[in-house]
Design a binder for this molecule. Structure first.
Ligand code: SF4
Ligand code: SF4
Length: 103
């Protein structure tokens, strides 16, 4: 399990690098996000949530999504779409962004 950055989808906006609490992401010479010291990443998913390009995904465990399943985030105004992909298969779980922290 861990964070994967698809550099071909990255626009170099830098949001992920700014939000990472461990300062683990930098932009390389081509302004593509790069995870340095992956072993130091504690999978808080802040970078994944900050990326509006779905360029960052999280590899789910086989118990959670089946082998090879990945999670990313697709934002639309007021909603967070949690996108689970495995090959061609895809499901999206929608949560209300404003209500998400009210328990
Ligand atoms: S937030 Fe996404 S698009 Fe922006 S630099 Fe990071 S990976 Fe690239
Ligand atoms: S998952 Fe959290 S700790 Fe890991 S690179 Fe992203 S923001 Fe940083």
């Amino acid at each position: 399990m861990g964070i994967i950055i698809e550099q071909t989808e990255c626009t170099g906006c830098g949001s992920c690098a700014r939000i990472c609490p461990g300062n683990l992401i930098r932009l390389d010479e081509n302004r593509h996000a790069l995870l340095r010291r992956p072993s130091d990443c504690w999978s808080c998913l802040a970078c994944m949530k900050a990326c509006r390009r779905q360029a960052i995904s999280y590899t789910l465990s086989p118990q959670m999504g089946g082998r090879g399943a990945r999670l990313s985030v697709n934002y639309t105004p007021g909603q967070t779409g949690w996108v689970i992909r495995k090959g061609q298969w895809q499901r999206v779980l929608i949560t209300d962004t404003k209500e998400a922290n009210r328990y």
